[in-house]
Write a protein that binds this ligand. Structure first.
Ligand code: CIR
Length: 261
């Protein structure tokens, strides 16, 4: 898609690791992941992003890093800077090196240092406001470091309590310029008071993670009731099967780092 100043939207992705069945799990039980199906679903995700105008840049597969398909957690990118995270799960920290090399082609690169931890899945950016989930993955040091890195560029960073799910963006994502989709059991919608709020259908607690690209909202096919609410609000949807990646506690935003290049 062409953005301001006619720049391209780039989506950085990484193929599913053959070790994905050894992924981290926090809030869901372990179920068998069909690797071939996970790979197909991820390839369909990449094709969908291309169809929506992104240039997909694929990082090399990381056969020994089970969660490495979930690239979102490794970096927070704004127009001025790429911030490499220090993921809260130690098993995921080696994922950042190749992402840092890729991002260096597009942005100056800064880093969250120990003892800070931060997962990109906890960072919801709406314009120049960044909301950061306070979760076991993202600690006060990590959030403070992100704030210190971004404040000089005119961004605010607000910590938001999250309970019952892995990341802030498991509980809330932006679905339109002034609207968020929220699971109110996991995050208090009042934190986003300036925005319109649509709630997930109560029978679909995991439906809040969606990916907004231009004027199309990518949603998981598993949540038709929430999709009905979004369509009733006038939003244009693209549906993807994400069942195998969902068994690894991942969803739509997790599988890409989006930036303009
Ligand atoms: C993990 O627990 O780190 C992975 N199994 C799932 C990460 C999903 N990432 C995301 O929501 N941004």
């Amino acid at each position: 898609m062409r953005g301001r100043e006619d720049r391209m939207t780039i989506a950085i992705t990484r193929p599913v690791s053959p070790a994905i069945s050894r992924c981290e799990l926090t809030h869901i039980g372990r179920e068998a992941i069909e690797l071939a199906r996970a790979i197909e679903q991820h390839e369909a995700y990449e094709r969908c992003l291309e169809a929506l105008g992104c240039r997909v840049v694929r990082l090399p597969v990381e056969p020994e890093l089970p969660d490495s398909v979930f690239v979102e957690d490794t970096a927070v990118v704004v127009d001025e800077l790429a911030v490499m995270t220090r993921p809260g799960a130690a098993s995921r920290r080696p994922e950042t090196a190749s992402m840092a090399r890729a991002l260096a082609a597009y942005r100056p690169v800064a880093t969250i240092e120990a003892p800070g931890t931060l997962d990109g899945g906890d960072v919801l950016r709406i314009g120049r406001r960044l909301f950061v989930g306070r979760t076991p993955r993202s600690n006060p040091d990590g959030i403070a470091r992100l704030r210190a890195l971004l404040a000089p560029h005119g961004y605010t960073v607000e910590a938001v309590p999250v309970t019952g799910c892995l990341h802030l963006k498991s509980a809330v994502t932006q679905v339109a310029p002034q609207t968020v989709l929220v699971n109110p059991s996991w995050v208090d919608p009042a934190a986003f008071a300036l925005h319109g709020v649509i709630e997930v259908d109560p029978s679909e607690p995991h439906a809040a993670n969606t990916l907004l690209l231009g004027d199309t909202l990518v949603v998981a096919a598993a949540y038709p009731r929430t999709a009905g609410r979004l369509e009733a609000a006038g939003l244009r949807l693209a549906r993807l099967e994400m069942s195998e990646l969902a068994k690894a506690e991942g969803a739509l935003t997790c599988c890409s780092v989006i930036l303009t290049g």
